[in-house]
Design a protein around this ligand. Structure first.
Ligand code: SAM
Ligand code: SF4
Length: 355
């Protein structure tokens, strides 16, 4: 039976996972998210001479939100506390780059104390983790996911706009030493850009005993360069890896798991394939997102956002905010519409939404 106090939607799903974006800013410029140069934004041109982007956009970085519009740690803590009372169990801090926010560990310590939050994780590009990792762990961070799309220094720089591979590799090792296990590493796979590295990334996962996630490229980039032809379907990724490694399927106990998981024969490390474009998992999605400027998004691809900040700053009581959250969640869309004729790419990019 669905209890009325939980965050349930009109399609029978109950929200358990809240992704909190701490900032819309980033120190990287990944070409699939926030490309910095015309060349990076038009990366498909060099590899796909035959492909014409039907939606060419003038390169424009997002208008960064002024500090006053970004939620304070106290405001975030209040929303997490209220969400936990409504059944949210898992918090993932993200961005933009969450470690650009001063004192992230202070927020981690506050959230770690909130009753009902059993899982506290972060997604980071890893560049600043070397300086902050120990403090985050001490504050109560339980898990971390890093983004690393290439093991080749030149290709890493091409994909992220920064020469940061050495730092990210060191962060992965540090996170393991700190016991933030299983440490996850995400790679967005783009045809013609890094798909030739699938096997070496998988081998790295096995050697380093990592949980490695291959993610399909989604239409959430600021330059709108996304084209279906650049997506390497999850099925193709799996077939390639199966040819090289004898992977065994892992049955996940978590029904809201987005990744299809595979183990290596020696039990070291694992592969996950996240295929939101070709194999949507909307039917069991239990996620909500809170943007850095205080908007609730019920889907990565939502066209509509719901303003929570005005209520928070307008003196609303806890029951009033809880009621708004419940009514927002009730309207959660059944699923995304990528590939459908009426698909509209959201105005905000992944870095502003909070991936
Ligand atoms: N800056 C942090 C990082 O990169 O890990 C956290 C924010 S980032 C937006 C969160 C995740 O979204 C990263 O794993 C990144 O690779 C992924 N991402 C960004 N743009 C994407 C896109 N267009 N398609 C698929 N994944 C994307
Ligand atoms: Fe920054 Fe993460 Fe987007 Fe890369 S994916 S530009 S690291 S927010």
């Amino acid at each position: 039976m669905i209890l009325p106090s939980l965050l349930s939607d009109a399609h029978g799903r109950i929200m358990r996972d809240l992704r909190v974006s701490l900032t819309d800013r980033c120190n990287f410029r990944c070409l699939y998210c926030l490309p910095e140069t015309e060349e990076a934004a038009g990366f498909y041109r060099t590899k796909f001479d035959s492909i014409r982007n039907p939606n060419p956009q003038k390169l424009r970085l997002p208008d960064w939100k002024p500090r006053s519009e970004i939620l304070s740690f106290e405001e975030i803590e209040r929303i997490v506390r209220l969400s936990a009372a409504l059944g949210i169990q898992k918090i993932r801090l993200t961005g933009g780059e969450p470690l650009l926010r001063q004192g992230t560990e202070v927020l981690v310590a506050k959230i770690a104390q909130i009753p009902g939050i059993s899982d506290l994780a972060m997604t980071s590009n890893g560049f600043l983790f070397g300086k902050k990792g120990a403090a985050l762990k001490a504050a109560g961070l339980q898990r971390i996911s890093f983004s690393m799309d290439s093991l080749d220094r030149k290709n890493f720089k091409k994909m992220t706009g920064r020469d940061g591979l050495v730092e990210v590799l060191a962060s992965i090792t540090l996170a393991q030493e700190l016991g933030l296990n299983p440490v996850k590493v995400n790679a967005v796979v783009i045809r013609g850009i890094n798909d030739h590295e699938l096997e070496s990334l998988a081998e790295f996962a096995q050697n380093q005993n990592l949980s490695f996630r291959f993610i399909e490229f989604m239409p959430l980039d600021s330059s709108r360069a996304w084209l279906k032809d650049m997506v390497v379907p999850g099925k193709e990724i799996l077939e390639r890896l199966q040819t090289r490694f004898s992977l065994k399927a892992i049955q996940s106990p978590n029904s809201a798991e987005t990744a299809r998981r595979w183990a290596f024969p020696d039990g070291r490390g694992e592969i996950g394939i996240i295929a939101p474009v070709t194999e949507p998992f909307c039917g069991h999605c239990n996620r909500l997102r809170l943007t850095a400027d205080g908007k609730i998004r019920t889907c990565l691809f939502s066209i509509q956002e719901h303003d929570l900040k005005s209520l928070l700053r307008g003196g609303a009581s806890d029951p009033e905010i809880a009621e708004l959250l419940r009514s927002i969640v009730w309207q959660k869309e059944a699923g995304h519409r990528i590939g459908k004729p009426d698909f509209v790419q959201p105005t905000r990019t992944m870095s502003c939404i909070g991936g």
